[in-house]
Ligand binder design. Structure first.
Ligand code: SF4
Length: 241
C-alpha cells in the first residue's frame, strides 16, 4: 500500500456486521489494551510536522490513509476533529483518504468552510451486506462530498445497490475478510458488484480475496501474503476516468 498511515486517534466501538473481527480489537487484545477507549495518538499532528530545515516531514503528493485504527467520525473525537480538518486544509498538497461506518455522523462533523468538500479529501463509506447498503447508501449519496466512494469489505453476502451508484460514486472497492475466523467471500458476489459498476459507469477495484475465498463452489484458504496478489491476478478491476 503506497502512502502513509495517519492514525490520529485510536480505539472504536463495533458498529455493524463487518466489525465482528475488527483488526483493531484483535491487535489491542494482543497488547492487553482496551480497544473501546478512544484516545488521541502521538501522531495527531503528523501532516504538519516539519524538519529542522523547515520543510514538511510528509512530502507533497503523499497519500494519507487517515484514521485506520478508529472511525474518523466517532463521537469521542468530536473535540479533536476541527483541528484535524484544519491540518487537511493546510496540507492541500496531500491527499487524505477516510473510511467510515458512520455516515449518519458526517454532516454534523463537517467544518464551516467545507462547502462541497475539500478537493484533497476522499470519504469512503463501508457497506458490507445488503442491510448496510440499504441503510447507508441513500444517506451517503446525499451528502455534500466532492470525492466519495464505497467499500464492500469484508463482503459478507451478495449486495444489490438498486441502481444507486451512478453519478456520485467514484469507485467501489471489494475485498474479503482476513484473520483466523474469516467469513467466506464468494467470487460470484464480487463479479456481481463488478457488473453493477460497469452498468453504472463507476470504477471497480477487487482489492483482496480475504482468507476464505469461494470460487465455483469450492472454498480456498488463502494466506495473507497472497490475498492481494490473487485478487490482482484475476484482472477484473477497472478504472474509469
Ligand atoms: S468501525 Fe472500523 S475500526 Fe471501528 S470497530 Fe468497526 S471495523 Fe473496527
Amino acid at each position: 500500500m503506497d502512502g502513509v498511515v495517519w492514525n490520529l486517534w485510536h480505539g472504536c466501538h463495533k458498529k455493524s456486521e463487518g466489525c465482528q473481527h475488527c483488526y483493531v480489537y484483535r491487535r489491542d487484545a494482543e497488547f492487553d489494551k482496551n480497544p473501546d477507549e478512544v484516545r488521541r495518538t502521538s501522531l495527531f499532528n503528523l501532516p504538519v510536522r516539519r524538519t529542522r530545515q523547515g520543510e514538511w516531514k510528509i512530502p507533497p503528493g503523499t497519500l494519507m490513509w487517515t484514521c485506520f485504527t478508529s472511525d474518523f467520525f466517532i463521537e469521542e473525537a468530536d473535540e479533536w476533529r476541527a483541528e484535524a480538518w484544519q491540518m487537511m486544509k493546510l496540507r492541500g498538497d496531500l491527499s487524505f483518504f477516510i473510511v467510515t461506518k458512520r455516515p449518519e455522523r458526517i454532516l454534523q462533523s463537517l467544518p464551516d468552510d467545507w462547502n462541497d468538500g475539500y478537493e484533497n479529501v476522499t470519504i469512503c463509506c463501508t457497506m458490507e451486506n445488503q442491510r448496510r447498503v440499504d441503510e447507508r447508501l441513500p444517506l451517503f449519496r446525499s451528502l455534500p462530498i466532492c470525492h466519495k466512494s464505497v467499500i464492500c469489505e469484508p463482503l459478507l453476502e451478495p449486495v444489490d445497490f438498486r441502481g444507486g451508484l451512478a453519478g456520485w460514486c467514484e469507485k467501489v472497492t471489494v475485498g474479503g475478510e482476513s484473520g483466523n475466523d474469516a467469513r467466506v467471500c464468494d467470487y460470484d458476489w464480487v463479479l456481481d458488484i463488478r457488473r453493477q459498476c460497469e452498468e453504472s459507469g463507476v470504477s471497480f477495484f477487487f482489492k483482496q480475496t480475504g482468507a476464505r475465498f469461494r470460487k465455483d463452489g469450492r472454498i480456498y484458504n488463502i494466506p495473507r501474503r497472497l490475498q492481494m496478489r490473487q485478487a490482482k491476478k484475476s484482472g477484473i478491476s477497472f478504472k474509469l476516468e
